[in-house]
Design a binder for this molecule. Structure first.
Ligand SMILES: [Ca+2]
Length: 269
C-alpha cells in the first residue's frame, strides 16, 4: 500500500514536470518566432542592443551592420539588459562604406540615453559621404536643445529641427527623431511624446562612404554617458510604433518577464 502511494506520487510528479516543460518549450518557441518576425522588418536598418561583451556591437537586424567599438569598452546595466558606456575618444564605427540598407525615403532614430551633461554637442549619429566633407546628419544633444538635421549629397538641407527638446542629464531619457520624405514631416519625441515638428524636403543621402558612427563628429562633439537600444529605420515610425520600440514591445521583450511570472505560478500550484 505504501509503495503504491509512492508510485502514484512519483508518476504524478513526473506528469507535472512534463506539463511544465511543454508549456515552457511552447512559450520559448512563440517568443523566438515573434522576435524574429519583428527584427526582419525590411525597413529596419540597424539595431544595437549592446547586450554582448567585447568590442563588436552586434546588429539585430537582417542587414549584418555590426559595429566596432573604438576606444575603451565598458558596458553597464541599461534599460533592457546591458547598455554601452561612451566617453570622449570612444565611439562606435558603423563601417559607413559597407553599411547596408541605409535610410533614403525617411528615417527614425530611436535610442535610450543617459548622458553626463557635457556643455558640448553630443553626437548620436554621424555620417559623411564622398560628395562633400560636411556631416550628412547632425543628431546632437545640445544644452540649448537637440539638433535633428540632415543635408543631402548636393549639400542642400533636407530637414532641420534646431533647437529641439532639451534632454536632461544623469537620467534615462528616450529620444526619437523621424522624417518622412513623402509628407515632409520631421518630428522629435521624448519618452514617446512628440515635442517638436517642422517641414523638410527631399530624400536622404545614403552615401556614407567616408564614415558612419555613433559618438563623435570629426573627433569632436563626443557623446559622454550611457546608451541603450539604438535603432535606425528607413521610414518614419508612427507614435504607437515609437512607444512599442521604447517599451521593448517591438522585440517582444515582455514575454521574457511573463515567462518568469508563469514559472512562478506553475511552481506554486
Ligand atoms: Ca540593451
Amino acid at each position: 500500500m505504501k509503495e503504491r502511494k509512492m508510485f502514484y506520487k512519483f508518476t504524478h510528479l513526473h506528469i507535472g514536470k512534463l506539463q511544465v516543460v511543454f508549456v515552457v518549450v511552447a512559450m520559448v518557441i512563440a517568443f523566438a518566432v515573434s522576435t524574429q518576425a519583428d527584427l526582419s522588418d525590411p525597413t529596419l536598418s540597424v539595431y544595437y542592443s549592446f547586450d554582448e561583451d567585447g568590442d563588436t556591437v552586434k546588429d539585430g537586424s537582417i542587414n549584418g551592420n555590426d559595429g566596432k567599438i573604438e576606444g575603451k569598452v565598458v558596458r553597464e546595466d541599461g534599460v533592457f539588459d546591458k547598455a554601452i558606456v561612451l566617453e570622449p575618444q570612444t565611439w562606435i564605427d558603423m563601417h559607413g562604406p559597407d553599411f547596408k540598407n541605409g535610410p533614403v525615403d525617411g528615417i527614425t532614430l530611436a535610442v535610450w540615453i543617459n548622458h553626463s551633461g557635457s556643455p558640448n554637442p553630443q553626437t548620436l549619429l554621424d555620417a559623411i559621404g564622398t560628395d562633400h566633407a560636411s556631416g550628412l546628419y547632425h543628431a546632437e544633444i545640445r544644452p540649448g536643445g537637440f539638433r535633428w538635421f540632415h543635408r543631402n549629397g548636393a549639400n542642400a538641407e533636407v530637414f532641420n529641427i534646431n533647437p529641439g527638446p532639451v534632454i536632461d542629464a544623469e537620467k534615462w531619457v528616450h529620444f526619437t527623431g523621424t522624417y518622412d520624405s513623402g509628407s515632409g514631416d520631421v518630428k522629435t519625441y521624448i519618452d514617446g511624446k512628440m515635442t517638436h515638428e517642422a517641414k523638410g524636403n527631399g530624400e536622404l543621402s545614403d552615401n556614407w562612404d567616408v564614415t558612419a558612427g555613433i559618438g563623435h563628429h570629426k573627433n569632436g562633439r563626443w557623446y559622454d554617458g550611457l546608451m541603450d537600444e539604438f535603432y535606425i529605420f528607413g521610414r518614419a515610425l508612427s507614435e504607437d510604433e515609437i512607444k512599442e520600440v521604447m517599451d521593448g514591445e517591438f522585440l517582444s521583450v515582455e514575454p521574457a518577464d511573463k515567462l518568469a511570472t508563469t514559472w512562478g505560478s506553475i511552481k506554486s500550484r
